[in-house]
Design a protein around this ligand. Structure first.
Ligand SMILES: [Zn+2]
Length: 521
């Protein structure tokens, strides 16, 4: 491949907050040289006409497989759906689109966004259909609502015991209400027919195109199934362009009895990077495990895995030279992780050994305990932005001010990445990175409310957390920066993200996305 020069740009290299150049030379999909345009002595350069270029975004925590799955489902999200009647109408429409007898599926509801002020239940969903199963995931993908037919197909009734780390919600008579919490969702998932491989591959390729439009050139799949490795690799052959790091669900690793990963599993554009488990639930669902009860209740959320389980997963990670990623939102859950791993030495040289996913409520003393432990923090400011009502209602004053302290995290902890967790929040385009950048820079929720301005970060810092710093967290050493030797993964923006009015950052568009020097959109 011949070399290609790009000149007259405002190119943010991702090395630090201040490193800009105006030209770069790309050879064989990699950055060969960067410098001032005057020194770019080339015949046919691409003139960037002063446009801003940044490294391709790395979404360090997302669910591309889930994004592919929900693409054809009913979105029960604002602004289209604001009450239960509208949710029922949207699901009836979905029923018409779903082949006879198939499951009627939706996602994205959040009781705090519904004017009725309560969750969907089986009786609402029985109004969609009594003949066909209906299953609607809540915005956090940690709970769901099903109708009576779905309960029947899953074999769930009064006498069914709650699984560990989950709850089949019941009314005063002990009958299931149709709300399935945490691990209870698996009972429903197991009752559903599986998609064909062909359908899944197509869905993934389409999702890759969608991510490219938002400037995402690398992504971590945080709910990896063992089969996903070959699935994503097949999708890669069919046009899925992103680099993808897969974090395998620990539960499945155990079930399948996987002990050793091979070199071929750990290398390539699609690779396994870690193992993932859940320490607790979510703040919006009041299942995040807290030190103190949720306001006005006795509840402190729930723990969803044991210490033995954590250590066993860590041992597997160490043996295979991969990371341990732990979902933890509540302060009690995070504290428990720090306590459990206090005596454990980091096992990875070129990045963090442990990733705390979400790290929502960070107490000041946690940072001291993390010193030298090579623990990464992977928060999602979009939760605070989109789920404002939940955070307002479920966190009291002190905890509200401790939620997603990005500036403190940035200053005190070495390893950190921002990410979207798409589609696990109640926002129609959660994977649009610019929305997260705007929220991080302004610390305003979708409705303009303050979400702790003291923890604002700069646009340069926000971009680094999606590029040069995210690469370290995901151990994507080849990308995330635009320095000689790096893969030419970059995006051209239609406005200068570094000088534009912060309140309109979410309107900055990705004009072009390049992966390994190839323009993919
Ligand atoms: Zn997630």
């Amino acid at each position: 491949m011949p070399s290609q020069y790009f000149v007259n740009g405002k190119i943010f290299t991702g090395k630090n907050e201040r490193d800009f150049v105006s030209a770069m030379k790309i050879t064989d999909g990699k950055i060969e040289w960067i410098g001032p345009s005057e020194q770019a002595d080339a015949p046919d350069p691409v003139d960037l006409q002063g446009k801003t270029v940044v490294p391709g975004f790395i979404d360090a925590h997302a669910h591309p497989r889930l994004l592919a799955d929900i693409a054809g489902q009913a979105a029960i999200t604002i602004p289209e759906v604001t009450n239960i009647e509208e949710a029922i109408a949207a699901l009836k429409k979905q029923a018409e689109k779903t082949p006879d007898g198939g499951w009627i599926e939706g996602w994205g509801w959040d009781e705090t966004k519904l004017l009725d002020g309560r969750p969907l239940n089986r009786f609402d969903l029985d109004r969609v259909s009594t003949e066909r199963p209906v299953h609607v995931m809540r915005s956090d993908f940690h709970s769901s609502a099903v109708n009576s037919k779905a309960l029947e197909l899953a074999g769930i009734d009064k006498s069914t015991a709650d699984p560990f780390g989950g709850e089949i919600q019941r009314d005063e008579n002990g009958d299931p209400t149709g709300i399935m919490i945490e691990n209870a969702n698996r009972l429903i998932e197991n009752a559903k027919p599986k998609k064909t491989e062909e359908e899944r591959i197509e869905g993934i390729v389409r999702t890759g195109r969608r991510l490219a439009r938002f400037g995402i050139t690398s992504v971590a799949e945080m709910m990896g199934r063992w089969n996903d490795l070959s699935l994503f690799r097949k999708a890669e052959k069919r046009g899925f362009k992103q680099r993808l790091v897969l974090y395998l669900l620990w539960e499945e690793v155990k079930e399948l009895g996987i002990r050793r990963l091979e070199d071929r599993d750990l290398n390539g554009r699609i690779r396994i990077g870690g193992v993932k488990l859940f320490m607790d639930g979510t703040i919006s669902g009041k299942t995040a495990w807290m030190k103190a009860p949720y306001p006005g209740t006795e509840e402190k959320g729930m723990r969803t895995c044991t210490k033995e389980e954590l250590l066993e997963a860590a041992e597997f990670a160490r043996r295979n030279g991969i990371q341990l990623a732990i979902h933890a939102m509540g302060d009690r859950a995070i504290e428990e992780i720090l306590r459990t791993f206090e005596p454990v030495k980091p096992w990875i040289d070129d990045g963090p050994s442990i990733r705390i996913e979400h790290a929502s409520i960070m107490r000041p003393e946690f940072f001291r305990k993390m010193d030298g432990k090579k623990i990464a923090l992977v928060p999602q400011i979009i939760f605070f932005f989109a789920e404002y009502e939940s955070y307002r209602n479920h966190l009291d004053g002190e905890r509200f001010s401790l939620a997603y302290p990005l500036r403190t995290m940035y200053e005190l902890n070495g390893y950190m990445a921002l990410s979207t967790d798409a589609p696990a929040t109640t926002w129609a385009e959660p994977d649009k990175i610019m929305t997260s950048i705007k929220a991080a820079v302004t610390r305003k929720a979708y409705n303009g409310q303050d979400i702790n301005r003291a923890e604002k970060i700069s646009p340069e810092q926000a971009v680094l957390l999606f590029t040069g710093k995210a690469k370290e967290v995901c151990r994507l050493h080849e990308t995330g920066r635009l320095l000689p030797g790096d893969e030419a993964d970059f995006i051209v923006l239609d406005e200068d993200i570094f000088t534009t009015d912060p309140d309109r950052l979410d309107r900055v568009k990705v004009a072009a996305t390049y992966i390994s020097g190839e323009k993919v959109c």
